[in-house]
Design a protein around this ligand. Structure first.
Ligand code: SAH
Length: 392
């Protein structure tokens, strides 16, 4: 292998890299010594010293993804160490069981920027958002095969990110077999079918596991609305916890069909599933009032530039939802945009309360479950905000 290129950062812009933030953007690069190809390993220097080893990609906004703050090779043994450490955590927090659904590797949170792996029963579903890791996907699959002993490893392409990073947008089976039909998993003692071929992202959102339980503790005998329900996970937790009336809404017909199958699988028959746009649904049902509403919209801010517009959309949907909450009811409001901080989200909510002339009490500021660890160096990894509020 040829000697890795040396990349020098502008002297007053080394803070994040020195502080172990894994992303180096193009505008902080001073000079490149060598001719790195996209996906190559590079050595990063700044303020007169070596900082870290990472992967280069001229096509990506994130020009270098840093993986090791040592002068070492990012080879198979490096990846094996990281993957083993990730698995150890999931074992320690009690998630490693048959039929479980959990995040096996959470990208930056596990020191592997650009790699997400979810475990669903016997299978692993990967999403790769870095060209270098994509080029090394077979090596990564080999390590996962040894450590996790799955029956199959499936790579699910993320179309828009693939284009941004210049990598293939084809799904691929990396190991074993991947079933055409859905795989059954259990979460909070509720059974779900996960269809990773046709579902969104990896097929199921494990990050809200503990929040579903926390919200469910408030719903006994209550009338509740699960907006942006996907395959019904919040609604099902509410049904199990004894909610009296449940409506679940999502704009995806496929998601609602899967949600209906999930309800049946658990013998649940009191959820009214509806396919509709969340805003339209609230408008068309302005006469209805609820004791609790969950708002778990998709990422409104997918990139660094989209923050202000996203905050306006969060404002509007929260404002509309508040109108439908009876005094003394609850709002469980979420944002999964890494670009929106907790402070931004709290500020948005304060504005909504003021405009709506309601008294909003934040009872809990929750985040993603522990299988999505937040990296202190990278605030963007604290991506899920789930605020449980009482509304007077
Ligand atoms: N609450 C879900 C996850 C929600 S993900 C869970 O716990 O599993 C966001 C969901 O919003 C997706 O299912 C997507 O289909 C849906 N969605 C996107 N835009 C929407 C819209 N305008 N109205 C309603 N649902 C929408």
């Amino acid at each position: 292998m040829s000697t890795p290129a040396k990349i020098y950062l502008k002297s007053r812009h080394c803070g994040p890299a020195l502080g172990r933030h894994p992303w180096v953007f193009s505008d902080v690069i001073e000079k490149i010594d060598g001719e790195p190809k996209d996906g190559d390993e590079v050595k990063v220097f700044g303020e007169g010293k070596f900082i870290a080893t990472g992967f280069f990609n001229s096509k990506s906004q994130i020009r270098i993804r840093l993986l090791a703050w040592e002068d070492r090779s990012l080879d198979e043994s490096f990846f094996a160490e990281k993957i083993k450490a990730a698995y150890e955590l999931r074992k320690q927090i009690g998630l490693v069981k048959a039929d479980a659904a959990y995040r096996f590797i959470y990208s930056e949170g596990d020191g592997l920027s650009g790699l997400v792996a979810d475990r669903f029963g016997d299978y692993l579903v990967l999403q790769i958002t870095s060209l270098a890791l994509y080029e090394r996907r077979h090596m990564i699959a080999k390590i996962l095969e040894k450590i996790a002993e799955p029956k199959g490893i499936f790579l699910k392409a993320e179309k828009n990110i693939s284009t941004a990073e210049g990598l293939s947008s084809e799904d691929e089976i990396l190991f074993g077999k991947v079933p055409e039909a859905a795989v059954e998993v259990a979460e909070n003692d509720i059974r779900f079918e996960v269809n990773f071929l046709h579902g969104q992202k990896t097929g199921f959102y494990c990050d809200q596991r503990d929040n579903r339980k926390a919200a469910a503790a408030l719903v006994k005998g209550k009338k509740v609305l699960d907006l942006y329900s996907y395959t019904g996970a919040f609604a099902m937790n509410f049904a199990k916890a004894g909610a009296k009336e449940i409506i679940a809404v999502d704009s995806s017909k496929g998601a609602i069909e899967q949600a209906q199958k999930n309800a049946k699988l658990n013998g649940i028959s009191n959820i009214d599933f509806q396919v509709n746009d969340a805003f339209d649904w609230l408008k068309e049902n302005a006469d209805k009032k609820f004791d609790l509403i969950v708002l778990d919209p998709p990422r409104f801010a997918p990139s660094r530039g989209a923050k202000e517009k996203a905050l306006r959309t969060y404002f509007k949907i929260n404002e509309e939802a508040l109108k439908a909450i009876s005094p003394g009811g609850y709002l469980v409001t979420c944002s999964c945009s890494g670009q929106i901080s907790r402070e931004d989200f709290a500020f948005m909510l304060a504005g909504v309360a003021r405009r709506s002339k309601r008294f909003v009490q934040v009872l809990e500021q929750r985040g993603q479950a522990a299988d999505h660890p937040v990296l202190t160096a990278c605030p963007e990894t604290d991506y899920l905000k789930t605020f449980i509020c009482r509304v007077l």
